[in-house]
Design a binder for this molecule. Structure first.
Ligand code: 5AD
Ligand code: SF4
Length: 470
């Protein structure tokens, strides 16, 4: 793809500021501040996208609320990864009809990955007539223009063109805390795993220019952010489309040179593209957390092939060995899908055996959900949901035992953690994370939020550690 078609001209992005100014006038209320509600589902990329939408809404003069009845603009940012996620959103959007009945002037918008699917857009068009604006992830940057059109033309708008996708620099942003921040380094996905909807809804892979990423990270570090997570559907593809010969490991090394007391995390890494160069770079860069999310999906080479993952069980295990050779304390996490079409019980148990062998710190586990339009959705799927659930429970039991054992081995140690928020539990008022990303419930004063502290670990369970700030 030609870079000049990928990176949007600055004028196009600036033009949105004009729509933002006009919207500020349109949304102004005589007696109060206009209010916006942004409801976000799905992954961190969606969270990051919502922070951009909130930036635009703030610049339109909006305050923020969680109450649909108190909102003038409602944005539901959706996820399409599994059917459950979609069902939940349809439930939420269905309920919003009451907000529209109470306040016919409220503007209801649906965006994100679900919105990009034609079938969903058609369903919204025909059966959810209270929704005013539908736009996919590729159109996010022109939200002000789309919203302005709805406000002035008083008709519904659907912007779900099947685009490769672009990169818009300089969009406004509202970050949720002064401690942690997300930085997208690339968008889209070219992998086409046979079960996955993402490549169809988020367009082709495109990397931000390294200097834009570096400038954003530098700004965040200077503003006092302590934990910066680099985001991409497959960060290891970073740079493949850039003119400069620079890959993800090179980018990490450049970021690491930025002075300050901060940690860099990243997600997600595709195992097929993760290798010794990345692991050695992680080991050598002091700002890079020794943590890697390396989704294996299955422990069966036959299933991996059917998933189009591009590696075998043995090749994956070799990557884990290399990661641990470079970083003996590396915290490893993974995603697993149980019940891929045609998977047998023996194959599912190969996955259980793999997690026993690797001993991940934590797992994100899913039962396969057919996504219309993907190749896997066309495969015969003879195993019942009940049977898949049995296999799934075996996987969970094994992982819970492993996580519990790993966590117990921390008791008595002192770890450096970042206090990142309040937990809501008076017995352990602070929540914090170790450099490896492990959750520690902490006894200590809430004034420590945003600081690194030494914590003595006094207890543990399957999901977390417990400790005292020293
Ligand atoms: N069904 C179940 N899980 C899925 N994932 C992606 N697509 C599907 C699907 N169709 C899981 C994968 C991925 C994670 C983000 O979601 O494990 O890594
Ligand atoms: Fe969901 Fe995937 Fe879209 Fe994230 S990129 S919101 S996980 S479908």
């Amino acid at each position: 793809m030609d870079r000049t078609q990928v990176v949007l001209p600055a004028e196009d992005v600036r033009r949105q500021e004009e729509f933002t100014r006009r919207l500020a006038a349109l949304l102004r209320r005589p007696d109060r501040q206009p209010m916006a509600m942004v409801d976000t589902y799905g992954c961190q990329q969606n969270v990051a996208d919502s922070q951009r939408l909130m930036g635009m809404l703030r610049d339109m003069g909006c305050g923020f609320t969680q109450d649909p009845y108190g909102a003038d603009v409602i944005v539901v940012n959706t996820c399409a990864i599994r059917e459950n996620a979609e069902k939940k959103v349809f439930g939420v959007v269905g309920q919003l009809v009451h907000a529209k009945e109470k306040n016919p002037d409220v503007i209801i918008c649906l965006c994100g990955c679900m919105a990009q699917q034609e079938t969903v857009a058609a369903k919204i068009k025909n059966s959810y007539r209270h929704v005013d604006l539908v736009f996919g992830p590729q159109a996010l940057w022109k939200f002000p223009e789309l919203l302005y059109g709805v406000c002035t033309e008083h008709k519904r708008a659907f912007s779900i063109a099947d685009e490769h996708g672009t990169i818009a620099e300089g969009l406004p942003v509202v970050r949720e805390s002064g401690v942690k921040a997300w930085v997208s380094i690339m968008y889209g996905c070219n992998n086409f795993c046979s079960y996955c909807i993402v490549p169809y809804v988020r367009g082709r892979e495109r990397s931000r220019e390294a200097e834009c990423v570096l400038a954003e990270v530098r700004e965040l570090v200077e503003a006092g952010y302590k934990e910066i997570t680099l985001l991409g559907q497959n960060v290891n593809s970073y740079g493949k489309d850039l003119d400069e010969p620079l890959d993800f490991a090179d980018l990490l090394r450049e970021i690491d040179k930025i002075p300050g007391d901060y940690l860099i995390r990243f997600m997600t890494s595709h195992p097929k593209d993760a290798g010794p160069k990345l692991f050695e770079t992680m080991a050598e860069c002091s700002h890079v957390a020794k943590q890697i999310h390396l989704p294996v999906q299955s422990g069966s080479s036959r299933v991996l092939k059917a998933m189009n993952r591009g590696y075998t069980r043995e090749q994956y295990l070799e990557k884990v060995r290399l990661a641990r050779a470079a970083m003996p304390d590396v915290v490893l996490t993974s995603d697993i899908i149980i019940g891929f079409p045609g998977e047998t019980e023996a194959e599912a148990m190969e996955t259980v055996a793999l997690i026993e062998e690797v001993r991940y710190d934590a797992l994100f586990t899913f039962i396969y959900s057919p996504r219309p339009g993907t190749p896997a959705a066309r495969l015969p799927d003879p195993v019942s949901r009940e049977e898949k659930q049995v296999w799934f429970d075996r996987l969970l039991d094994a992982q819970n035992r492993i996580s519990g054992e790993l966590h117990r081995s921390y008791v008595g140690r002192t770890l450096r953690v970042l206090a990142d928020g309040e937990s809501g539990d008076p017995a352990w008022p602070l929540s914090s994370r170790t450099a490896g990303g492990r959750l520690v419930h902490l006894r200590g004063d809430t004034s420590l939020i945003g600081q690194y502290v030494d914590a003595r670990i006094t207890g543990s369970n399957t999901w977390a550690l417990f400790g005292e700030a020293l």
